[in-house]
Write a protein that binds this ligand. Structure first.
Ligand code: FMN
Length: 347
């Protein structure tokens, strides 16, 4: 495990008193950063774990699906539970519950741009109320003994890019780390992430800052670090189909045999975690990314996406291994799904 190979190294940074041995982190991603995918990314070098975001209310009501999202493996230390909400009392109560459930770090989502989250004052909706963010962090950091962190965007829209003010409010009210996705809520995923703004956040606070947005290939990791001075880098979409980015390897550097072996392993973890039927269906969104860019694999892709039996799927992986498809060295992008695509290269 990467965790062990770091045991004699110096921590890259601390989340309050928690050492983090590495500067690359898998982003929280709803529908993707579940236990199977996090484990794979941790083994390849992601230095800490974030759950998908979970609603504060669902934590309080003990909704089964939500509790499953909070399952983690001991090797994932430090494990960050990310939650969202807008009601201050519920957020405080949910944070206490998250600590009881084993979180090593509790993270408040202030970046989700989806209408029924941000439009209700949660996620990026909180960025419109910096005073409220201050109150929430004052309460959360008193309520739990573990570090409390926040993940933000640059503001609500171009006219309200208040990231510096929000970052200072977070630090002044006890936050132990800020992750910054360099876009506004209004941008959602369009346009280029603004790395200059991330650099400004880094200048504005003393707590660790994690830079995020548009890291598409290994070379971008050093570029964003140099550009922003951030303490660590969060990788989201580019890790889907290419978890090797945490080993600082682009897809073109991974052999077809290693890719097929990864598909096998990821599938096994999914079947184990979700059960055979649901695991296979949920695995499809990863498969589409693993297979993308593999030359000559369009028929394989088609059959994998429609395959309904885990055993048949394994047969397709065997076929992949036998035929030894060549990988493409193009970055894995998906123009058909804007949430997962990179609309333009970062300067
Ligand atoms: C499918 C998807 C789900 C996401 N879910 C979350 C989430 O649950 N919590 C969160 O803080 N950010 C979430 N994000 C945002 C990512 O963490 C990240 O900030 C964003 O994708 C930019 O990074 P990237 O360019 O490396 O993808 C999500 C992004 C995507 C594409």
């Amino acid at each position: 495990m990467a965790l062990h190979s770091y045991s004699h190294a110096q921590p890259a940074f601390f989340v309050r008193d928690i050492p983090v041995y590495g500067d690359l982190i898998l982003s929280p991603m709803a529908g993707f950063s579940d236990l199977p995918f996090r484990l794979i990314c941790r083994e390849l070098g992601s230095a800490m774990s974030y759950t998908e975001f979970v609603p504060a209310e669902a934590v309080l009501y003990g909704v089964e699906k939500t509790l499953r999202m909070l399952k983690f493996d001991p090797v994932e230390y430090p494990m960050t539970f990310q939650f969202f909400g807008s009601d201050e009392d519920k957020l405080e109560a949910a944070a206490r519950r998250l600590e009881e459930l084993g979180a090593h770090i509790v993270d408040l989502n202030m970046g989700c741009s989806v209408k029924n989250v941000a439009g209700r004052g949660a996620g990026a909706g909180l960025l419109r109320e910096p005073d409220k963010i201050g109150r929430i962090f004052r309460r959360l950091t008193k309520a739990v003994s573990v570090p409390v962190t926040g993940k933000i965007r640059l503001g609500w829209d171009d006219d309200s890019r208040n990231y510096r003010a929000v970052a200072r409010v977070l630090e002044d009210n006890g936050a132990s780390l800020i992750a910054v996705h360099g876009r506004t809520k209004a941008q959602a995923y369009s346009g280029a992430a603004d790395w200059d703004a991330i650099a400004e956040v880094k200048q504005a606070v003393k707590i660790p800052v994690v830079g995020n947005g548009d890291v598409r290939a290994v070379a971008d990791i050093d570029r964003i670090r140099q550009h922003t001075g951030c303490d660590a880098v969060m990788v989201g979409r580019a890790a889907i189909g290419n978890p090797w980015i945490f080993q600082r390897r682009d897809r073109g550097q991974v052999t077809p045999a290693d890719q097929a072996a990864m598909v096998r392993r990821h599938l096994a973890l999914m079947l184990d975690f979700y059960g055979r039927a649901r695991g296979l269906i949920l695995f499809r969104k990863h498969v589409v990314k693993y297979v993308k860019g593999v030359y000559g694999a369009s028929d394989l892709h088609q059959r994998m996406m429609t395959c309904e039996e885990a055993d048949d799927f394994i047969g397709l992986i065997v076929e992949w291994e036998a035929r030894g498809w060549q990988p493409s060295d193009s970055p894995s992008t998906d123009e058909t799904n804007p949430r997962l695509s990179f609309s333009r290269a970062h300067p």
